[in-house]
Write a protein that binds this ligand. Structure first.
Ligand code: FPP
Length: 228
């Protein structure tokens, strides 16, 4: 089956640290440049009519990084959310959060909650921010929530209803930058039939053109979903 236009693109934004290292800058400078690439990518996704964009901003495993980097990243995320809050209002963007709340700070969580609420009725692009996200954690959360709700024998459909966002379509395309070719506990359930696009480009260098290149490659793929 040839591909339909992708509704959902998910991105593992990798390579901020190496980008900074190459320039003899602190790692945080790489994350700051990465935040600019997020803006470019949002524009590209909107321009290309993508409905859902999931960005892996902080994994459940990223807490093992040096405290200074974690603090810097959290501050950067908070600043970026402030900026996006205005842009989301201007551009009809809806913000979703995917991840575990604990141990994110109450300040960051209330900032996220406010934007999620403020943009809930927007009908443009949905930006799904995967923050303190781990796919195994999401699946376990779904299983436990299903049992707590009294479900007995889980089916794929039932489990799906207890994922962080049951209305999020599976990503047709997953992009990972920086030359690494693995999923790193990202969307394991939803990626069952996703196409992958790996690029050596480091995330801070990722441009609208790179996004469109990934889309163009995706369009050349044949998706069979186990058929022939
Ligand atoms: C991976 O690069 C990137 C991250 C862990 C953080 C991603 C965060 C941003 C792009 C900042 C802003 C995000 C938003 C949504 C506003 P790495 O540090 O693992 O790079 P390395 O593998 O080269 O060390």
């Amino acid at each position: 089956m040839s591909v339909d236009f992708p509704k959902h693109i998910a991105i593992i934004m990798d390579g901020n640290g190496r980008w900074a290292q190459k320039r003899h800058l602190p790692r945080l400078a790489g994350h700051k440049a990465g935040a600019k690439a997020v803006e470019r990518t949002l524009r590209a996704a909107q321009k290309n009519g993508i409905s859902f964009l999931t960005l892996y901003a902080f994994s459940a495993e990223n807490w093992s990084r040096p405290q200074e980097e974690i603090n810097g990243l959290m501050q950067l995320l908070s600043q970026a959310l402030d900026d996006y809050s205005h842009k989301a209002m201007q551009h009809n963007i809806r913000l979703w959060f995917s991840g575990q709340r604990h141990p994110l700070s109450p300040q960051l969580l209330s900032q996220i909650d406010a934007i999620v609420q403020k943009t809930a009725k927007h009908t443009g692009l949905t930006l799904n921010l995967a923050l303190n996200y781990g796919a195994r954690q999401e699946i376990l959360h779904a299983v436990n929530a299903a049992f707590a709700a009294g479900e007995k024998a889980l089916t794929q459909e039932t489990l799906h209803r207890y994922l962080y966002h049951p209305d999020l379509p599976d990503p047709e395309l997953i992009i990972r930058t920086s030359g690494e070719e693995r999923l790193s506990n990202f969307l394991l359930w939803q990626a069952a039939y996703s196409e992958f696009y790996f690029t050596p480009v480091l995330w801070p260098d990722f441009t609208e053109h790179d996004f469109e290149q990934a889309l163009a490659i995706y369009k050349t793929r044949t998706r069979r979903f186990g058929g022939i």
